[in-house]
Design a protein around this ligand. Structure first.
Ligand code: 5AD
Ligand code: SF4
Length: 481
């Protein structure tokens, strides 16, 4: 017999788009775990699959922290788990297709272990049409929860066990900042630290302001304490994470600016500090100064361009022109000449003309990027972009996409080639499974390096002489200089 569906709360895009001008509320209650759940969880295993960006990686660390605190233990194979969590991404359609494929293949798990629970969370299920599809077409899914109520996971699991219902609890409210959620980091070398949640920019192609809600900043003291703890634990790198880090603090009373926060985190002594993502629109002079002042703020910046056409940028709601963007890049390079630059570019925004696309290629040629993430525009239900007329064929979009890559790659190659013969600092992350003397890590400029070295270097910053370059990576050998 089909299980009953208990709908506690369903997502609503109109509610998700609302923004009240009120200060962010910070909740610091401790997590509540029902005692009967601890008994049920003992000996049971969990598996988490994370799709998408750093925000999801961080949420999964909280989910893992919660599950460990309840008493579950981790397992590497979803088919051996008693609780499977898919933390999903909604940024483009292909991300969503992968998740539906995985939900389909998890049907087997229910055949082998009928008490197993399949839970879907993350950005995808903040969208009403996705929740409806899962509700009607994927009966194997037991719990759907959203990005605002991860801390409810213990009570949702408890209820799924006791009532044997399917449960849907997704909020589209403005959201608070919830501190004190347990967090488990598998990576002991590099850590992401959330400085804010949500986004208020509403770029017209983007689903994030709907799936993650209003911009909410964490208080600086809480962020600093977390960073100090990471330094004490021996972490070598911290990346401060937010959809739009430059806007940090604008939703808090008397909050410091992002530049102040960045400086204070740099002063914790963390060997490497990065931040992502910066919006070109609110990049301040103070931020340039901080980047130039602290040697542990890495000479690397991810600065999404999206398009080089002023008309497309205006229709995307990006609030800067191509000229302003290029000026920003000039300023950055004047202040930190060694800075390495990466970007995001979308091809095929509705009615993008050949002329518009040429402007994107012009900016690409001007900026000489070190790396880039490139995407074909994917309409997202509920965003203004999805309602725009679009006469550009998919064939043209693919053809432009190939031309974009062909324009970017010579720069990637030239930038990589310039490393050959140089000795660069590399934070070593691991070794090859086949040969433990082949190590890999990243330069301060965020270039991937595979190199011959000593396995004892893992977790340290070592000098590597670069011998060879490829478009997307470097080859080298560890040196003792
Ligand atoms: N279609 C294609 N790319 C998108 N991005 C965001 N929304 C869309 C969309 N609807 C890209 C942007 C953003 C990156 C994270 O994903 O380039 O910077
Ligand atoms: Fe999306 Fe724009 Fe916000 Fe980035 S700044 S998350 S692209 S709406």
């Amino acid at each position: 017999m089909a299980k009953k569906v208990d709908i506690k709360s369903e997502p609503n895009l109109a509610d998700a788009a609302k923004r009240k001008r009120e200060e962010t509320r910070i909740l610091t209650d401790d997590l509540e775990i029902p005692s009967e759940l601890r008994i049920i969880a003992s000996g049971k295993k969990f598996f988490i699959r994370t799709y998408g960006c750093q925000a999801n990686v961080l949420d999964s660390q909280n989910i893992e922290g919660i599950l460990l605190e309840i008493g579950y233990s981790p397992v590497d194979n979803p088919l051996q788990a008693d609780v499977v969590i898919l933390n999903t991404c909604a940024i483009r359609e292909n991300a969503e297709e992968k998740v539906f494929g995985e939900i389909g293949s998890l049907k087997r798990l229910k055949g082998e272990n009928k008490d197993a629970l399949i839970c879907i969370c993350g950005c995808m299920v903040q969208q009403p049409h996705i929740v409806n599809t899962i509700k009607t077409k994927y009966p194997q899914v037991d719990i759907i929860f959203g990005t605002h109520n991860i801390h409810h996971l213990p009570s949702l699991l408890n209820e799924a066990y006791s009532k044997k219902n399917r449960i849907i609890e997704v909020y589209s409210k403005e959201g608070e900042v919830i501190e004190n959620i347990p967090c488990f980091r598998r990576d002991k070398i590099k850590a992401f630290v959330n400085i804010m949640y949500g986004c208020d920019k509403f770029c017209t192609y983007c689903i994030v302001p709907y799936t993650r809600g209003k911009q909410r900043s964490r208080e600086m003291d809480a962020i600093l304490k977390e960073c100090q703890d990471l330094v004490k634990q021996g972490y070598q790198e911290i990346t401060l994470v937010g959809q739009n880090v430059n806007a940090y603090g604008k939703d808090l009373k008397d909050a410091p600016t992002f530049a102040t926060l960045l400086s204070k985190v740099a002063e914790t002594g963390i060997p490497r500090l990065r931040f992502t993502t910066s919006h070109p629109w609110d990049f301040t002079e103070e931020m340039f100064e901080a980047i130039a002042k602290y040697p542990n703020i890495m000479p690397f910046l991810h600065l999404p361009l999206q398009s080089g056409s002023n008309d497309v940028l205006r229709r995307m709601g990006r609030r800067y022109t191509a000229e302003e963007y290029c000026h920003l890049v000039d300023r950055l390079r004047a202040i930190v000449p060694s800075i390495s630059l990466s970007t995001d570019i979308i091809v095929g925004f509705p009615n993008e003309t050949e002329e518009d696309f040429q402007r994107t290629l012009d900016v690409v040629k001007y900026c000489h990027y070190d790396s880039a993430f490139t995407f074909i525009y994917s309409p997202r239900v509920g965003t203004p972009g999805a309602k725009m007329e679009d006469k550009v064929s998919m064939e043209t979009k693919h053809e432009r996409f190939s031309r974009l890559i062909a324009t970017l790659e010579p720069d990637f190659e030239a930038k990589a080639e310039a490393y050959v013969g140089k000795i660069v600092p590399v934070l070593v992350e691991g070794s090859s499974k086949k040969d433990e003397t082949i190590l890999s890590g990243y330069t301060d400029t965020n270039k991937l390096v595979n190199f011959k070295g000593n396995v004892s270097s893992i977790g340290k910053i070592v000098n590597v002489k670069i011998l060879e370059s490829h478009t997307y990576s470097l080859i080298g050998e560890e040196v003792n200089e």
